[in-house]
Design a protein around this ligand. Structure first.
Ligand code: PEP
Length: 255
């Protein structure tokens, strides 16, 4: 049985959404969470432009702040990129790396993701490393092989339960309203847990690594998905943009 050293993590990925006015949703979320004491950690990952202001709004609420991506170098001539150290400097404690939208839109390979995760750890950040199969890969029966390859390729040396979170996100479930069955989620998460052992120095440490499910998590399906074995929280896209939906997910699964 996993030893739950760390509570589940429900993280909101705002992607390329949100203006300064959107911070009212963060104020509302803070209010809703103030006396709620959920059995999970909560984090928001807004676009870079909102990190600093959001950090101020979050204050001492206990809601964590994360980036959505980082470069692997600590500084240098990389126009438009952000270093992990810059995220740490501005108050982030984590960064998402290898999201399928980055893998697709920016051609990020497992090797690039591995370098980014290593950079996150170098800067003292938790890396939230995203993996997941496409619909063609699932239909071809390759889901578990794809996950094994991504785990072997995307995790740098030195990963452990304190510095790494895995987000299992079937690409076909992201933003589509589709979700895998609970049996499919259970199969994927059990496989990820098993494969992690080789990456984090054994099954005991692997049992402590948080494995989030991501892909069309909503208030209406969160309880069922979060109750699946080896699911330790959620990475939430669209439904993290409003306090009502994001809190709805947290309260359905962890209150
Ligand atoms: C995501 O992009 O990480 C995600 C899970 O998106 P959505 O919840 O909108 O499917």
């Amino acid at each position: 049985m996993p030893t739950h050293t760390f509570p589940p993590l429900v993280a909101g990925n705002w992607k390329m959404n949100g203006l300064i006015a959107s911070l009212k949703e963060v104020e509302a979320l803070k209010e809703k969470l103030a006396d709620a004491n959920p059995r999970c950690d909560v984090m928001l990952c807004p676009p870079f432009t909102l990190l600093s202001r959001m950090n101020k709004v979050l204050g001492d609420s206990g809601i964590g702040l994360g980036g959505q991506d980082c470069h692997w170098e600590p500084s240098g001539a990389h126009t438009g990129d952000i270093a992990a150290e810059m995220l740490a400097d501005i108050g982030c404690t984590a960064v998402i790396v290898g999201h399928s939208e980055r893998r697709t839109d920016h051609g990020e390979t497992d090797e690039i993701v591995r370098k980014k995760a290593a950079a996150a750890h170098r800067a003292g950040l938790v890396s939230i490393i995203c993996i997941g199969e496409t619909i063609d890969e699932r239909k071809a029966g390759k889901t578990l092989d794809v996950l094994s390859t991504q785990i072997a390729g995307s995790l740098p040396e030195g990963c452990n339960a304190a510095n790494t979170v895995i987000a299992y996100e079937p690409v076909w479930a992201i933003g589509t309203g589709l979700t895998p069955t609970v049996e499919e989620v259970a199969e994927a998460h059990a496989h990820i847990r098993k494969e992690l052992a080789a990456q984090v120095g054994g099954a005991e440490e692997a049992a402590r690594v948080r494995i989030q499910y991501g892909g069309s998590v909503k208030p209406g399906n969160a309880k069922e998905l979060m109750a699946v074995d080896n699911v330790d929280g959620a990475l939430v896209g669209g439904a993290s943009l409003t306090a009502e939906d994001f809190f709805g997910i947290i309260s359905a699964a962890y209150l």
